[in-house]
Each structure stands twice: as C-alpha cells, then as structure tokens.
Design a protein around this ligand. Sequence first.
Ligand code: HSE
Length: 304
Amino acid sequence: MKEILLRAPATVANVGPGFDIFALALKEPYDTFRIQLTDSNSIDIEIKGAKMDIPTTPTDNTGSLALLHLLEKLDIKSGIHIIIEKRMPIGSGLGSSGASASACVYGINKLLNLGLNANEIIDIARKGEVVSGGSPHADNVAGSLLGGFIYIKNYNPMEVEKIKIPSIPLVLNVIKKKERTTRGFIKGELSLSEVRDQSSGCSMVIHSLVQGDIEGFGRATTIDHISEPVRSNEIVGYWEIKKTILDAGAYGFNISGGGSTVFAICNKENQNEIASLLEKEFKKRGQTPHIITTETSNIGIGEI
Ligand code: HSE
C-alpha cells in the first residue's frame, strides 16, 4: 500500500498585528498523519490519540475537505485513508485544523507526484479551513507547511514568504474557545489611527525578525486592533494578565490565531518564570490553566 507518515506543527497565527497574514510554527505541540492511497472511491478518516471531538465526515473535516477540493480541481479519482494522531489541542487557536488541511494536501501531492509547489498547496489547503474557522484564511496552513515565520504577500494569486528565525521561547496558556469561531464578531472597519498602528506593527514584526531582534519582535506582537479587542472578551482578566506578564519581562503577549489561547514571547532566562506567573494569574481568577512552554521552529510539515 502506498502511504506517507507526516508530522505537522501547531502554529500561532496573526502574531499580534498580522491578521490572516502572519504565522509562527512551533516545535511542539504537533500532530502526525498517516495518509494512504486505497482502492476505495472515498476519503475516510480515523482519529487516534486523545479522544477529541474531531469530525470524520469528509466534508466536515478540514483535511478531507481540502482533499475534496484538490481531487476536484485536478480531476483525480483516488481512495484515501487518513489516520490522524492528535496531540495538539483543538478549537483553541493553535492551528490544529490548518495543520490537518496542509498535511493532507502535502501528503497526496507527494504520493501522487502532483508537482504542486508550496503556494499551490497552501491555496488548496486553505479551502479546508472554511469548515473550521468559516473562512479560507491561509496563515495557519502556510505556517504549518513551511515552518519558521510566514507572511502572506498576496492572497490572489497566493504568494507566501518564509523567514527563517532563531528559536524563540514561548509560553502558552491553552484556552478552548466557547464558539467554533469568533471571526464573525470582528468589526469590519478600523479608524485611521488604528490602521496606522496596525501597519507599523506589521512592519516592526518583519523588520525585527529580519534583524534578529527578538525583543523588538515581541514588542511588535503586542499591537492589534482587529482580533485582540474582540477575542480578549472571552478571556478572564485578559488585559490585567497581559500587563502583569509584560511588566514581568516578557517581550510580547497576545492571543493566538482565533483564540482563546494566549501566548507570551520570552527569552530562555525568563521562560519558566513567565510560565509560573501565567499559571498563577489564571488560577487566581478561578481558571484551570493549561500551560505549555515551547519554542518556535523552522521545521514545517515533513516525513517522519
Ligand atoms: N487569522 C485567523 C483568524 C486565524 O484570526 O481567525 C485562525 O486561527
């Protein structure tokens, strides 16, 4: 049987000001995907690992939905069996659905020698995201596919750039959001001063990464007038906790992708201290924190 075994990393999308255009790939957590070509005429999905509420109907799962688009676009008939070993939290803004979509398209591209390049894989994979986040955003799928830091230069046609980055320590508190997606609550308009801040935040993110300035990068990730004002409403004590964590020496703090996980950008020396403080701050507010200490990684989806 023709098969491929892949590893796909979690991602922090938006990274502060880069709504739908920035993502960072993490070393951990990650999911694994065994993708097999079969003689059947259908796509079927098996979930292993922690029992989670992951859809297995082909049109409801981001991975198989992306594959349905791929098969239709290239007029391919093939049976596909996908075994997903879930290690990353779902519904928490860590790009679990994007990782599935990217891994499935990447895997079938390899198994069937389709010759798709990274931009083409991303453009198809993002269509799978519609069933999860309600929109074909490409940040998570691109970050998981390529690793490192990615920015989307253009959605039409899809053009993504990767910046290789040094290992940046992060602390996460994984928070599952109550709704499937909170995108619908985001307001469609910004004031001129918000546009100015958001644009300078995006420029600072890219400039500081290119310069290797992790402190400057962290500072830039604290800016956001699009997602943070809305998604912070779901997080108990968000603004107070953000201030406490930044005052304690974290370089940056914001909400990961669609939320409600929060992330802090740290350095190696203060990472454990920030992790303890973040845990304490959420506990103090009656929450049960799920703290992960991790780091960024330049390794995207690949065979294991
Ligand atoms: N850019 C997307 C959003 C990421 O903010 O909805 C979802 O993880």
